[in-house]
Write a protein that binds this ligand. Structure first.
Ligand SMILES: [Zn+2]
Ligand SMILES: [Zn+2]
Length: 269
């Protein structure tokens, strides 16, 4: 199937949104199944969130239906993304994914760290809603205020997508768009699931196994939820460029705070 085969009433942006919903809620239900059956309890590293699946779902759906879907359709209508060649070459494909990951990191960091976490804006823009969860119920990844959802989910996806479309690295290639949204959905759900599939590898004697463990850990975003002042880029699947450059990565902040706290002997943030 190519974008050319799609009927007029199902533009590519809408089809991509549908795939995103299937991926998001499919993975979400799988994690919920794991929570209820304890099937992978050995990897569940945090107690399940007090917010239930039923309590979280309506707000998530409102955000996805009334913000993400119109935003994606608008971007296509304006000719900014989901347009262009129906098949891009593999170099453009890989470059597009890499640039999307970097662009997502940057936009997410600016929105999340510099806007949403400003003390004066935390409640005004409603980021406190998302922080009422503990990153241990997968579908809570999109449990947030409308403004928060726009800044943390829609913009970090669409702004880099528009940029790479301009340079020919996305076009209307269905394979590219499906992979990008499915990977993004899994990443968000996993880091909010309370599962960490790296725990067994992390204890290995093998350096390669420990390296892989570091790449697949969900700890970064869990640290963000528990400490509030670290790891502002999405954790799993993120390039972590901004958190590294600005030294807000969870494993960098601890020592820095301890050093700072020592002279006064006071508390750490
Ligand atoms: Zn979160
Ligand atoms: Zn936050």
């Amino acid at each position: 199937m190519s974008a050319h085969d799609l009927p007029w009433w199902a533009p590519l942006s809408v089809v991509v949104w549908v795939v995103q919903m299937i991926a998001y809620h499919g993975f979400g239900l799988w994690f919920e199944y794991l929570d209820r059956t304890g099937a992978l309890a050995a990897y569940k590293v945090r107690p399940v969130d007090a917010w239930t699946y039923r309590q979280v779902l309506p707000r998530v759906l409102v955000n996805q239906v009334f913000i993400l879907l119109p935003a994606m359709a608008l971007v296509q209508w304006a000719g900014l993304a989901y347009v262009g060649p129906e098949h891009i070459g593999w170099i453009a494909f890989v470059a597009g994914l890499v640039l999307m990951a970097i662009g997502h990191d940057v936009v997410q960091y600016v929105s999340h760290c510099w806007i949403l976490h400003r003390p004066a804006l935390m409640r005004t823009l409603g980021h406190s809603v998302h922080h009422s969860t503990t990153a241990s119920r997968s579908i809570s990844a999109c449990f947030m205020s409308p403004t928060d959802f726009l800044l943390e989910i829609a913009f970090p996806y669409l702004l880099p997508l528009i940029a790479i479309t301009l340079i020919g690295c996305a076009g209307a290639d269905i394979r590219f768009h499906f992979l990008a949204v499915a990977a993004g959905a899994f990443g968000g759900l996993y880091e909010h699931s309370g599962y960490d599939f790296s725990v067994k590898l992390a204890g290995s004697d093998n350096a390669l196994a420990r390296f892989v463990a570091g790449r697949i850990s969900s700890k970064a975003h869990a640290e963000h939820h528990s400490r509030g002042n670290v790891s502002f880029s999405d954790g799993f699947g993120s390039s972590n460029i901004c958190d590294t450059v600005f030294k807000t990565r969870w494993d960098l902040v601890g020592p820095r705070e301890r050093r700072r706290a020592r002279p006064s002997g006071g508390r750490t943030a």
